[in-house]
Design a protein around this ligand. Structure first.
Ligand code: ASP
Length: 383
């Protein structure tokens, strides 16, 4: 039986739905949406979800052999499965993000960890960052040369130091104090990346000319407790000099997670992502949209607002709009994101992005080129 407070709640809910329906009649029959999603966080919505990327860029089936393509798809699948397994077993989003990033850092295929690109001086300077959407705690490192898995070090900065962002030698000293092995520089030497650097120098090319793509890796996840997390790891851009730092280790630019809105990891031309503040900008737009809806309906923020936002594809639109800003300024790249409702989305303005996503609803897919599953605008999965 419904008590007095239950009746009041029910009346409020009806009022809010009616107000929303009146205000947004031009958009969609909100009351109907609300009813459809009565159990928004129950049976309808995925209990967990994860998305990963291994970089964006000029990628087309014409400039990739079938063997190379299969190699990338297999590596993405390994990373996706590692993260999904954690979530399936009830692990946290933070654990899943790290589990997914580790195999990509250990693979020569991606520009992170083992396969990192070379600086102008022929070194590998690694960047990584991670953020917990539960409390917005974050850790990041830049310019580290002796740490095999910088994503793990970024997380140690988050949990074991009073800081958020450590650089270079200081970060390496901290790593040793935390028990990390000192990885010799040879570990990060790959002929393919050295060839890129040499070609860049010989032909006076830019990083973009030489690579045609960004190979940064990242993961975002929602766990079954409803918490979000995001992480990103990279070697930066080929031939970087003067201590250049891209967006990947910058909280708010390459990585952001906030349980109130979303978790984002980016890849692309870092300078532009920093200027737009891409990851946080997407999260902020979503949060503000939700607050605006709640304000317009005169009630507190609730699941009906989230349902409305989801139904309207607001999440994809926000990501696409922010990526359009990056493009307007002259940059390119892409983002992956997950929301508290379990949507796992991509948005990129390059011809391809190494990517994958999995949810508790059985979605499990990896893709590389544009036009494939989940490649951009309008690809909000309908679970
Ligand atoms: N965003 C990275 C950077 O600018 C590059 C990448 O995504 O691969 O350092």
């Amino acid at each position: 039986m419904m008590g007095a407070s239950g009746l009041v709640m029910q009346a409020m809910k009806t009022q809010i739905i009616a107000a929303l329906a009146a205000t947004f009649a031009f958009l969609a029959p909100v009351a109907a949406i609300a009813d459809n999603h009565a159990d928004e966080h129950g049976e309808d919505a995925p209990r967990w979800s994860i998305a990963i990327h291994g970089g964006a860029g000029t990628l087309s089936p014409d400039n990739m052999t079938p063997e190379r393509r299969a190699e990338y798809e297999a590596a993405l699948q390994v990373a996706l499965d590692a993260g999904a397994q954690v979530l399936k077993n009830g692990g946290t989003a933070m654990e899943a993000v790290q589990a997914a990033i580790l195999p990509m850092e250990d693979s020569e295929l991606f520009n992170a960890g083992r396969g990192a690109v070379f600086t102008w001086e022929g070194e590998n300077e690694l960047d990584a960052s991670i953020m917990d959407g539960r409390d917005r705690s974050a850790g990041a490192v830049t310019g580290v040369t002796t740490v095999r898995n910088p994503i793990l070090l970024a997380d140690k900065v988050r949990t074991e130091s009073p800081h958020v962002f450590l650089m270079g030698e200081g970060a390496e000293q901290f790593a040793v104090e935390q028990g990390f092995d000192v990885t010799p520089p040879e570990y990060f030497y790959t002929q393919r990346r050295m060839d890129s650097l040499e070609r860049m120098k010989a032909e006076a090319l830019s990083s973009l000319d030489v690579d045609h793509k960004f190979g940064t890796v990242g993961a975002v996840a929602l766990d079954s407790q409803g918490n979000l997390a995001a992480g990103t790891s990279t070697g930066g851009m080929t031939g970087k000099r003067w201590g250049r730092i891209g967006d990947a280790p910058v909280i708010g630019a390459g990585t952001y997670a906030d349980n109130r809105s979303c978790a984002v990891s980016a890849t692309g031309w870092g300078e532009y992502f920093i200027r737009v503040g891409v990851a946080q900008e997407i999260c902020t737009r979503l949060r503000m949209t939700l607050y605006r809806e709640a304000y317009a309906s005169g009630g507190d923020l609730n699941d009906q607002h989230r349902a409305w936002m989801r139904e309207q594809g607001v999440v994809q639109k926000a990501a696409d709009a922010v990526m359009a800003e990056v493009k307007e300024l002259g940059g390119d790249g892409g983002v992956i994101l997950v929301t508290p409702d379990g949507d796992a989305l991509f948005s990129f303005n390059t011809t391809g992005m190494y990517r994958g996503r999995a949810t508790s609803d059985g979605v499990n897919e990896v893709a590389i080129f544009g036009g494939e599953e989940g490649s951009g605008t309008g690809n909000t999965p309908d679970h």
